[in-house]
Design a protein around this ligand. Structure first.
Ligand code: NAD
Length: 269
């Protein structure tokens, strides 16, 4: 992990933080000195374990249950964080899911669920965090920005993904939402950016890496020749959220081992 205390004194909210990338990011932010709210929708025990690990670094943490696609629950979660932690400095809008199907098999419910969580969920969390950033304004001893939002996107914000039209559409939407909010909020000293992970070993894509054959197929798409880890994304999130990146606004950081350089990459000469 980069400098241990890059985020000292800051308060971070990470959605979907009891699994995979969100879990590693919440832990990474805590290790970097931030107090962290670990949001979860199911799996309270796992969320509490993440809280325990974060508090072992000497910072505060708490697990808050909320469905990010539910407006009332997002409003209540952010209000509770302001009451209990004092404010919000960093939002990592990470919660996401897949409901895969060929287009002719995809139900409206599958389409809608993915859009609701992956896109509307990020919008709701960004909106509520922004209200708090604007209320508080810049506190120079804490950060040069009034707030930082990191949207968890995907390489599929630019690479089409057959069989996953709901997911790819949601991430394409995240990209334009992020860039528009970045433009709208930069004058208020709020930095909005995204991370676009490539293939990261988490439960969401287990079938893509859990057998040696599947992993070999996956590595054909990754010039750097290894599957990513949740910690790869956590490192990027800590850096993006910190003042080290204060002039980075409206950018997508691809953390993908070069996957977005495909095609034009061939292992076999
Ligand atoms: P994961 O399944 O391990 O984690 C997803 C988290 O989101 C879980 O904690 C889940 O409970 C939570 N979640 C789902 N619906 C929610 C809701 N309505 N409210 C609150 N939380 C909810 O998968 P992951 O790989 O860690 O995914 C995290 C993010 O990274 C997602 O946005 C995903 O699209 C993105 N991503 C992952 C990969 C990858 O290769 N793993 C690649 C690109 C992008």
């Amino acid at each position: 992990m980069i400098s241990t205390q890059l985020l000292r004194g800051q308060k971070a909210l990470v959605t979907g933080a009891n699994s995979g990338i969100g879990k590693a990011t919440a832990i990474g932010l805590g290790r970097a000195g931030a107090d962290v709210v670990v949001n979860y929708v199911t799996g309270r025990d796992e969320a509490e374990k993440v809280v325990e690990e974060i508090t072992s670094f000497g910072v505060r943490a708490a697990a808050y249950e909320a469905d990010v696609s539910d407006e009332g629950q997002v409003v209540a979660m952010t209000q509770r964080m302001v009451e209990e932690f004092g404010t919000i400095d960093i939002l990592v809008a990470n919660a996401g899911l897949q409901r895969d199907a060929a287009v002719t098999e995809m139900t409206l419910a599958q389409w809608q669920k993915v859009l609701d969580v992956n896109l509307t969920g990020q919008f709701l969390c960004a909106r509520e965090a922004t209200k708090e950033f604007l209320r508080r304004g810049v506190v120079p001893e804490v950060s040069r920005a009034a707030g930082k939002i990191i949207c968890m996107s995907s390489v599929h914000q630019i690479i089409p993904w057959a069989g996953h039209v709901n997911y790819a559409s949601s991430k394409g939407g995240v990209r334009m939402m992020m860039e528009t909010l970045a433009q709208e909020l930069a004058p208020k000293k709020i930095r909005v950016n995204a991370i676009a992970p490539g293939a990261i070993k988490t439960p969401i894509n287990r079938s893509a890496w859990e057998t040696p054959d599947a992993e070999r197929d996956l590595l054909r798409l990754i010039p750097y020749n290894r599957v990513g880890t949740p910690e790869d994304i956590a490192h990027a999130a800590v850096a993006l959220a910190s003042d080290v990146m204060d002039y980075v606004v409206g950018t997508t950081l691809y953390v993908d081992g070069g996957m977005t350089l495909f095609p034009g990459f061939a292992t076999g000469g």
